[in-house]
Structure formats: structure tokens, C-alpha cells
Design a protein around this ligand. Structure first.
Ligand code: GTP
Ligand code: MG
Length: 173
């Protein structure tokens, strides 16, 4: 029909990874549909969303894989990473353990992922400053050490969500 949605010059895959309940699904629903859900259920296996992005005079369609953080759903991880050009690696600034687990996720990304995948480290839930357990400086230092970009976001308040995805996508192209 020639609608805007159907014309697309590039299709590319990206992934959202990180511990359960850090807010991956809500970051995606905010980016893809401008929606936030306080009572979202844990993702089972993997879900997808798409969003078209204009890059110069071209239209790129981002296929975004939203993976399950819960251990019991994570048997087939290698297929999550296959062919992905970018990843948002997410932790929750109010739960230190989710930040400590970033190293584990990075190892997995580097084992199964494309060598030159663009990885953005994301500290989500920046709206919950009173319960903060991870300083922004800690995220920044880890990102520097591991050669990643870094951003704090709030899916709830819609802070930096668009920026995090667009930074990843811009770096891919
Ligand atoms: P899994 O699918 O199990 O891996 O979890 P997930 O990382 O997809 O987490 P999900 O998006 O389902 O969010 C978990 C909980 O955190 C939900 O109750 C969300 O409402 C809440 N949440 C997500 N993002 C934010 C945020 O930016 N701020 C606040 N305050 N809560 C958030
Ligand atoms: Mg989820």
C-alpha cells in the first residue's frame, strides 16, 4: 500500500538484556508505544517489537528482542544474540545486585554476540532516587572500563528512553 510503515530501507535486530524486573519490557513499550505499566508481568522467553527510525533520507526498521531476565526462561540464549547489531544492557539503580550481574551479561554477550555489537549500558529507574543503590559514577566507570556508552533512564517518567535507543541505533549506522 506504500504506507510509511511498510517502506523500509534497512531491517536490523537489537536486543534488551539484563536481570529480571530491571525494566526491559517497559523501556521497550515506552520506546515502541509510549506506554508504561506499573504491574507488568515477567517476560516469558522472548517478545518482539518494531519501530521505524528515519536516518537521513532512509527508513530503518529496528526489530527489538525483549528477552526474559528470569533464569528459568534462559535456556536458548545464543539465539537471542545471533545477528544482533546492538544491545541495551540494563540494570536497576535501586538494586545493586542487578549492577553486579552486568559482568555476567557482558560475558554472555561477548561469547554469543557479534564482535562489534554496539552495547549501551543503561541504569533504569532513575525516578527512584531515594532508593538508589548504584551511583551514576559507578555506571560511568564500568562503561568506560568496558568501552560501552552509558545512560540512566526512567521508563516510568520517560527520561532518556528515546535517547538510549537512538544512541544505539545511531552508532550502528
Ligand atoms: P523480566 O521480563 O522478568 O526480565 O523483567 P523486565 O526487565 O522486563 O522488567 P519489567 O519491564 O517487567 O518491569 C519490572 C517492574 O519495574 C514493573 O513493576 C515496572 O512497572 C517497574 N519499572 C520498570 N521501569 C521502571 C522505571 O523506570 N521506574 C519505576 N519506578 N519502575 C519501573
Ligand atoms: Mg520483561
Amino acid at each position: 500500500s506504500g504506507s510509511f510503515e511498510e517502506e523500509c530501507d534497512y531491517l536490523f535486530k537489537t536486543v534488551l538484556i539484563g536481570d529480571s524486573a530491571v525494566g526491559k519490557s517497559n523501556l521497550l513499550s515506552r520506546f515502541a508505544k509510549d506506554e508504561f505499566h506499573l504491574d507488568s508481568k515477567p517476560t516469558i522467553g522472548v517478545e518482539f517489537a518494531y519501530r521505524n527510525i528515519k536516518i537521513g533520507d532512509k527508513i530503518a526498521k529496528a526489530q527489538i528482542w525483549d528477552t526474559a531476565g528470569q533464569e528459568r526462561f534462559r535456556a536458548i540464549t545464543s539465539s537471542y544474540y545471533r545477528g544482533a547489531l546492538g544491545a541495551l544492557l540494563v540494570y536497576d539503580i535501586t538494586r545493586r545486585v542487578t549492577f553486579e550481574n552486568i559482568r555476567k551479561w557482558l560475558q554472555e554477550l561477548r561469547e554469543y554476540g557479534n564482535r562489534d555489537m554496539v552495547i549501551i549500558l543503561v541504569g533504569n529507574k532513575s525516578d527512584l532516587a531515594d532508593s538508589r543503590e548504584v551511583e551514576a559514577e559507578d555506571g560511568q566507570s564500568l562503561a568506560q572500563l568496558e568501552d560501552l556508552c552509558f545512560m540512566e533512564t526512567s521508563a516510568k517518567e520517560n527520561l532518556n528512553v528515546e535517547d538510549a535507543f537512538l544512541q544505539m541505533i545511531t552508532k550502528i549506522f
